[in-house]
Design a protein around this ligand. Sequence first.
Ligand SMILES: Cc1ncc(COP(=O)(O)O)c(C=O)c1O
Length: 374
Amino acid sequence: MFPERVSSLKVSGIRKLFEAAPPGSINLGLGEPDLQPPPEMIKGFVDALEKGYNKYGPSAGIMELREAIAAYLRRYRRDVTFENVIVTAGATEGMRIACETILGEGDEALVPNPGFIIYGPDVRLAGGKAKEYSLRAENRYLPDIEEIKSLITPRTKAILVNSPSNPTGAVFPRETVKALSDIAKDHRLYILSDEVYDSFVYEGEHLSFARFHNDTIIVQSFSKSLAATGWRIGYVATSKEIVQQLSKVQYYTLACPPTATQYGVLEGLKVIDRFQEEMIAEFRKRREVAMRKISEIPSFANAPVNGAFYMFPKYAQKMPSEKLALKILDMGVICAPGSAFGSSGEGHIRFSYANSQANIANGLDIVKAFMARL
Ligand SMILES: Cc1ncc(COP(=O)(O)O)c(C=O)c1O
């Protein structure tokens, strides 16, 4: 009855689980910071509403915000201007229009497995073919460069990457960013880089692909960096030519990003450094609690990961991850099954530490006691 590209879309496995949680459960399934956005940002939004910014704006976003994002990005690349930036309705819409813009019918894009759930569907909705590369615990959840090379065909258009990564928490080191950029250059591919967790790095540094490869399309968001997932504002940063094409696709998708919200984010950008410093200091402590508690669970093997706010341990029991996550849920702890992120996520379970230190400790103690009984 419905076209295959739509009927084949699955409802997120994570949401299904969360809906079944008993009241009072400890939520270690969260994909968003538990903090509120900075007050300056909320005031900026309210002021904008009162000033009458309740109408359509430009398709690529309000000029003030495009300029402010470009100024922020000039920390990493000196030649960035507003023409390299389009404001989007979060990274979700940014990734979707990026796929629509660069992929022709039958073009291939390499996507991570396990990876954030939207990538494969985005490629397919754009008429492309998603070919999966694996991120394995044995390889510290980094792409295997030889595997990537072996997947490239004359139809390959893009390599989709996500560092810091959801669900694994891995941060690509310089060698990996450089090696992937070199492959992309050699084969004239785009790097489609989801960098929404760039501020959540606890050891080492985040290296944007834009520093190594000109044909990089950065998909970004203020959802995590300003704790504003419900605001639906992000951006794509890339060449001026691609931004012009993206603006057309965005017009037919969204008309324009929400106007007043953009004025709010503009104020948020003025305090983003201070806000992130405080947020990351707290997340660093949470990560330590999570790592310590997970290391106390004998059947969990956790590769050391440095970013985002997820732990993705591999467990020893022979049980599907959805079943295990449901059993843990019955004990009152919400977590996500690894299989929700692709077939290579099977045998893993994802815990988010976007929760208080006490909740992380209590939740993982419950998991420890439960795993000991399995
Ligand atoms: C890797 C990754 N990319 C994109 C998103 C979606 O971000 P947004 O809220 O900006 O659409 C998420 C949300 O969890 C994510 O984990």
